[in-house]
Design a protein around this ligand. Structure first.
Ligand code: GLA
Length: 368
């Protein structure tokens, strides 16, 4: 018998890219797309995982045997990793039957894996009465991804899925995890934010992500700070000339200028000047493309063709090397922008991108 249904959303990040593992600020919001889990407790210590659409037998694992590096691989490592992380933190979690259903595009840089982790953690938190608040819950989900799955990601995606609020973007200080819910109602000012999934996913992206992270950590060490967040924007030029290894300079320039862009976005939103976000998004894209070097031709084409059609600004979002871009446009122009992007993809022979309008939606919750 089923004991309940929980949902956790995917996310897009408005600004603050690759800053989360540099102790900086990020500003994601939750998508209307979510992963749902129908969950019942089992008292035999077995974790039984199934995807609603899939044929074939469910994956069955003994919770007591879960350990990093021992998972079968594939999507079930994410929920299994969450159960491992909860138990490893000393929390009393037993078995469960879980059936998942999701409309978060997979491999699109929209955090389908964080949605999977967070929905699992939230359901088990409720069913086993673990008493976890949202932020520690997100932290355990990150640990599942870092240690059990082995992907060296930051804290943004899990926090976004767990903590976002409808109608708001979440300003998160990844150093001390303070949060501010910033009202973000584009429709009220005649604007729209499009998400363009390029459907491109480069296989080497995980290794590149780890290399960027390691580069940022080396640069922080060379500059004598605990994280690049501690390099003030006013001190950027001095920091760049202090670095002996020239390959680290563009990484530092991106992280420091991106921190400054987050500040400018927050000021613009606080001043109700939402249109001012456009050029800041585009500037962020140039920095990710030229300095951080994590864009790809398809993402660049979304930005170029959207701007050529009159969009206010655009940039890649998420980890990079494919996935999705966001485009800020006057709502009255959104159909023109969408068809211009689609046409430019067709002209290059790229697969047709998936485009949808994103409204800040609720974070993870019990739905039944
Ligand atoms: C991925 C990671 C996040 C963050 C972004 C880039 O989504 O999971 O932690 O680093 O890339 O901003």
């Amino acid at each position: 018998m089923s004991e309940g249904v929980w949902a956790a959303p995917g996310r897009v990040n408005l600004i603050g890219e690759h800053t989360d593992y540099n102790d900086g600020f990020v500003m994601p919001f939750a998508l209307p797309h979510s992963t749902r889990a129908t969950v019942s407790r089992r008292d035999d210590g077995v974790l039984r995982l199934r995807s609603a659409g899939a044929r074939g037998a469910p994956v069955e694992l003994r919770t007591a045997d879960l350990a990093p590096g021992r998972g079968p691989g594939g999507w079930t490592d994410y929920p299994a990793g969450v159960v491992w992380a909860l138990r490893d933190a000393g929390l009393k979690v037993g078995g469960a039957d879980i059936v998942y259903e999701s409309d978060v595009p997979v491999g699109a840089g929209l955090s389908s894996s964080a949605a999977l982790e967070v929905v699992t953690a939230l359901a088990l938190n409720d069913l086993y009465e673990l008493g976890l608040e949202r932020q520690p819950l997100a932290r355990l989900c990150q640990r599942a991804e870092n240690v059990y799955v082995g992907a060296p990601t930051g804290i943004m995606d899990q926090t976004a899925s767990a903590c976002c609020v409808a109608g708001h973007a979440l300003l998160l200080d990844t150093r001390d995890l303070s949060q501010w819910q910033i009202p973000f109602d584009l429709a009220a000012v005649g604007l729209e934010l499009l998400v363009v999934d390029t459907r491109v996913h480069h296989a080497h992206s995980e290794g590149e992500y780890g290399r960027r992270r390691a580069g940022c950590e080396s640069a922080a060490a060379a500059l004598g700070v605990s994280a690049l967040r501690d390099v003030a924007y006013a001190d950027l030029e001095a920091a760049l000339s202090a670095l002996e290894d020239p390959s680290l300079r563009p990484l530092v320039r991106h992280i420091v200028t991106e921190g400054h862009r987050v500040e400018r976005v927050v000021s613009a939103l606080r001043a109700d000047d939402v249109r001012a976000l456009g050029p800041l998004l585009t500037e962020g894209h140039a920095s990710l493309r030229d300095d951080f070097a994590i864009s790809c031709p398809e993402l660049d084409l979304v930005v170029e063709s959207a701007l050529a059609a009159g969009a206010l600004g655009a940039r890649m979002t998420g980890g990079g090397f494919g996935g999705s871009a966001i485009v800020l446009t006057e709502a009255s122009l959104s159909a023109t922008v969408t068809s211009s992007v689609a046409k430019s993809f067709a002209a290059k022979g790229y697969e047709e991108p998936r485009v949808f309008s994103a409204v800040p939606s609720p974070g993870a919750r019990r739905v039944a």
